[in-house]
Design a binder for this molecule. Sequence first.
Ligand SMILES: [Zn+2]
Ligand SMILES: [Zn+2]
Length: 140
Amino acid sequence: MANVGRQTLLREVLSLVKCPKCSAAMESVSYQGIEVDRCTKCAGLWFDMLEAEDLKKLSGSESIDIGSAKTGKAQDKIGKIKCPKCAASMLRMVVNGQPHIWYEACPVCYGTYFDAGEFKDFKAENFMDTVKAIFRKERK
Ligand SMILES: [Zn+2]
Ligand SMILES: [Zn+2]
């Protein structure tokens, strides 16, 4: 019983999450039942543990990433951020196989933050990335 009450409270608190990069309010966006937080200003995306991986598998999920890649690229400069959910210092990461995508990951709650345009890119790990990877290896 007490558990139900705590969960309800948690949900209300979570809807007040602030963007770790620009401090603007974040809104909840859900795609096929997976709920993520998106910044109302810079359009950065916050994913709870494994949500980014889960969403990547769903076709059409790139539609949640409405921000411009240009804004996202500028936000890459802000690399030292605190987790918006547990306040731990987040780690600066690159996507395996897509080293041009920089994102931040929380070592405590395993949430991840993608700048605008990066989730779309992450999801589109495709032919061009394969080609780029091949060419990167050529002369090494
Ligand atoms: Zn923001
Ligand atoms: Zn965290």
